[in-house]
Design a protein around this ligand. Structure first.
Ligand code: ATP
Ligand code: MG
Length: 495
């Protein structure tokens, strides 16, 4: 590829040189011809003036032989023409046989008292000639020279010029070859780079610096590569996200099916056992029915949680935002979970916020979020443990709205560090068997996350594995301009 460009460039330069040579040849030939004629004409007019000065009648009175000798010595053809144009003497022809010369341009000028000159084919001797005529008292003295050697002169000059141009060609071609090699090498790199780009090699760069056109092209190609690389990365990232979403969807379907299958299989199994006669087995029938009821309850919980989650996720749940004092909201929630805590001999305490502390939220949403956290705290804390719910106004971040932070702290089993980041995912449970045994579906925290976000807050967890966990979430104290479905309205920032 580079060799081809090199040859093309070199051929281009060669063509230019040849065209220049031809043009110079034409111009120089024309110039040489004109110069030669001018020079000869000057010589001729000098001789003419001299001869005219020497003889007022142009030597016409000399005997014919002498007249011819004068012409020979002067190296010209000599003609004397009378005022009426009649040829009086001619060194090469017979005057009596010669036609009237009064019409010749140079003679006309001389007869009018000026020097005349002309270049043409002589009708008398049939040769290309140069004429100069001087006025003399007897009429006109005309000198003529053959200029048949003009072409010889011009050809000689052309040969010399061609030789010197050919000599000049050698360094010119060397310089051109060097230049062509330089340009073709650079063009070759650009072509290679463009080919790499076309094949998807967006990560390489040319990194040229300079101001010439090729460098500008290289810089533009670099910019294109950067843009392509960014677009490519963006597409790959989006593709990755889509794949992740697809995986989440698949996992969700598998999880839901699995969660439904286990209680359903249990219900089916025990119902068949009862129908097959166990219903009359006084020892077991109530136990079997109890298992059926427990599994039916799990199914009900699961479908309820799934519905809640999808309603919040799909923004179908309509919220009614209003201002509430935070302490009564928490107390109401504790009241409903107190029986569960008492049954497990777990103490629940509340660290109240200042009584006038308000939150702006949907009370049902906050009630459910807090209930889920309390339910977990009670479920995952061994008997005799304690749970503390506390509320406080969170330290304000500059430029951000004010929030109340509510935390649920327990002395339970805690969460291993590696599970913390995934705790709020749907169906994620640290200990599946344990959670299931307690009727858990693994949706509680996912619901909390979506509910808290729909109110404009955040939720997170801290835990020292084996020594309890603390779940915290925030609720804004003022209207953030959220719509009924928990969407952030334009122009507002929510942390
Ligand atoms: N306070 C806590 N202490 C220790 N582990 C917890 C606590 N809260 C949640 N977890 C862990 O997080 C998991 C997910 O909790 P999540 O509330 O989403 O589901 P669940 O309690 O198993 O079921 P449910 O849908 O009935 O709430 C639990 O299975 C448990 O492993
Ligand atoms: Mg739970």
């Amino acid at each position: 590829m580079t060799a081809k460009i090199f040859l093309k460039l070199l051929l281009g330069v060669l063509c230019v040189l040849i065209v220049a040579l031809a043009a110079v040849d034409v111009l120089v030939s024309a110039r040489a011809r004109a110069d030669y004629l001018e020079q000869r004409q000057q010589e001729l007019s000098q001789k003419a003036r001299m001869l005219a000065a020497l003889s007022p009648n142009g030597f016409a009175d000399l005997p014919r032989e002498k007249f011819r000798a004068v012409a020979r010595e002067a190296g010209v053809r000599l003609t004397v023409i009378g005022p009426d144009g009649v040829v009086l003497a001619d060194s090469e022809g017979e005057p009596s046989e010669m036609e009237n010369h009064g019409g010749r341009p140079e003679v006309m000028a001389a007869l009018q008292g000026r020097e005349g000159a002309s270049h043409r084919l002589s009708p008398t001797i049939g040769v290309d000639s140069l004429y100069v005529a001087e006025p003399i008292p007897a009429g006109a003295l005309r000198l003529a020279v053959r200029i048949s050697d003009i072409e010889g002169q011009v050809t000689m000059l052309r040969k010399e010029m061609l030789m010197s141009m050919v000599l000049a060609f050698i360094p010119a071609m060397l310089v051109a070859a060097f230049f062509a090699r330089y340009v073709s090498a650079r063009l070759g790199s650009i072509i290679e780079f463009a080919a790499r780009l076309a094949d998807g090699g967006f990560r390489t760069r040319m990194n040229w610096s300079g101001k010439d056109e090729l460098t500008k092209l290289a810089v533009k190609l670099d910019e294109t590569a950067v843009k392509l690389e960014n677009t490519f990365d963006e597409l790959r990232r989006e593709h990755g996200e889509l794949e992740k979403l697809e995986q989440i969807r698949k996992d969700f379907v598998i999880n839901v099916s699995h969660e439904l299958r286990t209680p359903l299989a249990s219900i089916q199994g025990y119902t068949e056992t009862l129908l097959n006669g166990a219903i009359y087995d006084a020892e077991n029938n109530v136990r079997f029915l109890e298992i059926i009821r427990h599994n039916a309850e799990r199914l009900a919980n699961l479908t309820r949680d799934l519905l809640t989650l999808s309603r919040v996720e799909l923004k179908l749940q309509k919220f009614q935002f209003a201002s509430y004092y935070i302490n009564p909201l928490i107390e109401h929630c504790l009241d409903s979970l107190m029986p569960l805590a008492e049954a497990r001999n777990i103490s629940i305490a509340i660290e109240r916020a200042p009584e006038t502390t308000e939150v702006f939220c949907d009370s049902e949403a906050i009630h459910q979020a807090l209930s889920n956290l309390l339910d977990n705290a009670i479920k995952y804390t061994p008997e005799g443990g304690s749970v503390v719910v506390s509320a406080r106004v969170a330290p304000r971040v500059k430029g951000q709205p004010e929030f109340v932070e509510i935390s649920v702290r327990d002395t339970g089993i805690g969460v291993p560090k590696e599970d913390l980041p995934r705790l709020f995912e749907r169906f994620y449970r640290v200990d599946k068997a344990r959670s299931r045994a307690q009727g858990g579906t693994g949706l509680g925290l996912a619901i909390v996350k979506h509910l808290v976000r729909s109110q404009g807050g955040m939720v997170w967890v801290e835990s020292d594995y084996g020594r309890g966990a603390t779940f915290r979430f925030t609720v804004p104290t003022q209207d953030l301009g959220l719509s009924e479905d928990g969407e952030v309205q334009a122009g507002l920032t929510v942390s």
